[in-house]
Design a protein around this ligand. Structure first.
Ligand SMILES: Cc1cc2nc3c(=O)[nH]c(=O)nc-3n(C[C@H](O)[C@H](O)[C@H](O)COP(=O)(O)OP(=O)(O)OC[C@H]3O[C@@H](n4cnc5c(N)ncnc54)[C@H](O)[C@@H]3O)c2cc1C
Length: 461
């Protein structure tokens, strides 16, 4: 620890209820790990908050000691923003309180909840809100950046369903933001990342969902990818809001419904989820089967919570990851051509090209209604490079960068801040798009010293 006196740290620890780790403590190394193994940072202190009071004292301590502060929710941020070198890591992952008001259809969610925590609590009552597709992701970071998943075409972005936040701001004050209270802060919080303070409670609107939904995968050989991707691009332009079809190009995992000979082979897969009556969904998805000669499919009615965990085995923590992302209004033939070219040279068995077709309700909100402004993003492409050893770093990153560059001329403005990598700092302003100027004003008001800057940062200066 560089400038901190041990006595100051000891005083902080005495009035902090949760555990605090210093670099020599047992448990320190485990506590600094996050999802992306490419990130290897060593904070001076890790403070695991157990209450809002802990968050207040951590913010006050970090500010008064002029420490760099990082904030951890679920720890999934690809750029590694949950953890910092030599500073104070404020870890919220133990704050998992969750309360469902069934009558009012509201969820009150602690900042340490994962999507699995949220879905489990809400689905007990047949309710849900749009979240992401990997159940170990943190609700906090996902929400603050925008958030989308299988329910988004029908019910909008996660931020469209956010009703209020309780927050600790840089001055250590507890405040609430909603449409009626601190509405400028609420505007900025819905898409402006963790720039304005630490959210200690999220309030979401809930919708009746499932609990069983039609969902699953259809898998085609990569040598038919041109036909599959082209038809996917056209089909998704007109499908109803209830239907979701996302596309993945990768090597086949050892899925039990695929012949063993297909395992490890390049494939193109459609991931499907119908948010409505399964029989109606069955009719709508029937044409997808004729996109090519199926290697296999596993589509059926299953609990929504199971589908929310279906991709978890492919997205476990501890691998090395590097992402590049674009938004598209339309998947033109040119985009399809480049996707096929790079899909044909995946540099590791875990790399994938992933195209989420959102649109629907996500596009019906005015771009200036809140900080998240990419309302024309009908498709979000994530070039997901993932591998196991440092020896593969350069090859895999190069592939992702080259693919990103090749698709750039066809991308729309804005980008999803939650998919920006560590080296994407020059894209932050572009990513916030038309909201950026107003975000700077909100930042100047609520965090003029830029205490919260380990994020997709909006500089107040
Ligand atoms: C495997 C995987 C799958 C994903 N799938 C999806 C998906 O389907 N849809 C989607 O929209 N996104 C998805 N994402 C992206 C995800 O939204 C981001 O990685 C997000 O940052 C994760 O939030 P977190 O709380 O887990 O991360 P963290 O790394 O803990 O935090 C992310 C950022 O938010 C800030 N932050 C966290 N908690 C708070 C808080 N309480 N108050 C203020 N700031 C806070 C942090 O400082 C950091 O800057 C996925 C990510 C991964 C790794």
């Amino acid at each position: 620890m560089t400038s901190l006196q041990q006595g100051t740290v000891d005083t902080f620890k005495e009035q902090f209820a949760g555990p605090v780790f210093e670099p020599t403590d047992a448990g320190y190394n485990e506590a600094r790990q996050i999802w992306n193994a490419m990130i290897d940072r060593k904070p001076a202190l890790i403070a695991k908050c157990s209450s809002v009071e802990d968050v207040v004292s951590a913010v006050n301590f970090g500010r008064d000691q002029s420490l760099l502060i990082s904030v951890k929710g679920g720890g999934h941020n690809i750029a590694g923003n949950a953890v910092c070198d030599d500073g104070l890591m404020i870890d919220l992952s133990q704050m998992k309180d969750i309360e469902i008001d069934v009558e009012k259809r509201r969820a009150f969610v602690g900042p340490g909840c994962t999507l699995a925590d949220f879905d489990a609590a809400a689905q007990m009552h047949g309710l849900a809100t749009p979240l992401g597709i990997n159940s170990t992701t943190g609700v906090a970071g996902l929400t603050l950046g925008g958030g989308f998943g299988w329910l988004s075409r029908k019910y909008g972005m996660t931020v469209d369903n956010l009703m209020s936040v309780d927050m600790v701001t840089a001055d250590g004050r507890q405040t609430r933001a909603s449409a009626n209270e601190n509405s400028d802060l609420f505007w900025g919080t819905r898409g402006g990342g963790g720039n304005f303070g630490i959210v200690t409670r999220f309030e979401f609107e809930l919708h009746p969902v499932g609990p069983d939904l039609l969902s699953g995968l259809m898998v085609f050989p990569f040598d038919q990818a041109r036909a599959v991707v082209t038809q996917f691009a056209r089909f998704t332009e007109t499908m109803p809001d209830e239907l979701n079809v996302w596309l993945v190009i990768r090597h086949a995992p050892p899925l039990p419904f695929l012949p063993e000979s297909v395992h490890g082979q390049p494939i193109v897969a459609l991931a499907i989820c119908y948010v409505g009556d399964p029989e109606a969904g069955e009719k709508l998805i029937a044409p997808l089967r004729s996109f090519g000669d199926l290697h296999g499919e596993h589509v059926g009615v299953q609990p929504f919570v199971n589908w929310q965990q279906a991709f978890d085995p492919l997205l476990t923590e501890g691998a090395r990851n590097y992402w590049k992302s674009h938004n598209f209004v339309k998947l033109t033939d040119d985009v399809v051509k480049v996707a096929l070219e790079y899909g044909d040279k995946l540099p590791s068995p875990h790399c994938e090209i992933f195209i989420a077709s959102i649109g629907g309700q996500t596009g019906r909100v005015a771009p200036d209604a809140m900080a998240y402004s990419s309302r024309d993003a009908n498709y979000v492409m994530n070039v997901h490079a993932r591998w196991e050893t440092p020896a593969e770093d350069e090859r895999c990153r190069q592939w992702a960068r080259a693919f990103f560059d090749a698709t750039k001329p066809h991308a729309s403005s804005g980008a999803y801040i939650n998919f920006l990598s560590e080296d994407d700092t020059d894209r932050v302003e572009f990513a916030y798009g038309e909201s950026y100027e107003r975000l700077v004003e909100v930042k100047q008001k609520y965090d003029p010293e830029n205490l919260f800057r380990i994020n997709q940062n909006i500089s107040p200066h």
